[in-house]
Write a protein that binds this ligand. Structure first.
Ligand SMILES: O=C(O)CCC(=O)C(=O)O
Length: 265
């Protein structure tokens, strides 16, 4: 489904945009699915903007099993196949969904971070960032191309910048990219509904606030490559998978009902 050029660009940069991947009916499923999430948040839901923000940044996690529309897109659309092809992996195992909604005029940025250190996996994984509203370049997430080949960097909570996962000093810090952006190869795009950004779990990325008069509703779907393995963490991962440490051994394949095989199907 993707060209060899896209596969090699992804291996080099850790990020690629695939234009027009989502069909209108899949966009409709995501629209209904995100509507259900916003009408009934899960206990894992977070407001990642401050009380004085003129907009709001809301996140929720792991809703695919109860919200059929999200499950269908995660497991039955073209996304898992593209994920496997870009990772150059024979399989793509679904890891989790993440809903990220910025209301009009939200000021809260998503700080620079890598996703992988928040998780309970070693080995490669990929995210598919699927907006269901147009995203102008000034509202697009930004990606430091090539950073997936570098070290893991200390994960911090978005609002209060606390090290709640790896202890302070145990991983490299994210550099102050915005202090001198010319030193980094930063990618961002004008995105139409249907376009999808795929990026490696280890790619350093961020997103600005959303200074526009419409909302920015996004479904981000995460998949694991065939080489990904479970790793137990002494802390609550983000997201958390309750009870998993009793059911999977350290280093096991993530072959568990939480993580269905999405490609091949
Ligand atoms: O949508 C955003 O604001 C940030 C996206 C992000 O960090 C992610 O999908 O991992």
């Amino acid at each position: 489904m993707v060209s060899d050029d896209a596969v090699s660009a992804y291996a080099r940069d850790g990020v690629v945009v695939v234009r027009g991947l989502m069909t209108p009916s899949e966009i409709e499923l995501i629209t209904v699915g995100i509507g259900k999430v916003l009408a009934d948040h899960s206990p894992a839901s977070i407001v990642a903007s401050g009380p004085d923000d003129p907009g709001q940044f809301v996140e929720d996690f792991c809703r695919w099993a109860e919200i059929d529309e999200i499950g269908k897109v995660a497991l039955r659309s073209g996304v898992p196949r593209v994920a496997a092809e870009l990772m150059d992996s024979p399989t793509a195992r679904f890891y989790h969904d993440h809903i990220l909604v910025k209301e009009p005029q939200t000021k809260a940025p998503t700080p620079w971070h890598q996703d992988q250190p928040y998780y309970n996996v070693h080995g490669r994984g990929i995210s598919a960032w699927i907006p269901i509203d147009p995203v102008p370049k000034d509202g697009s997430p930004e990606f430091w191309a090539g950073s997936h080949l570098g070290p893991w960097r200390l994960p911090r909570s978005f609002l209060d910048r606390e090290a709640k996962w790896f202890p302070e000093g145990t991983l490299a810090e994210i550099p102050d990219i915005d202090a001198d952006r010319s030193r980094y190869d930063i990618r961002r795009w004008d995105l139409d509904v249907g376009d999808v950004i795929f990026f490696d779990f280890a790619t350093v990325h961020s997103a600005p606030g959303f200074p526009f008069d419409h909302r920015r509703r996004v479904l981000s779907l995460r998949y694991l490559s065939a080489d990904a393995r479970y790793t137990q963490r002494p802390w609550k991962t983000s997201p958390e998978f309750p009870g998993l440490s009793q059911e999977l051994a350290e280093g096991a394949e993530l072959d568990h009902p939480y993580f269905p095989l999405a490609w091949p199907r």
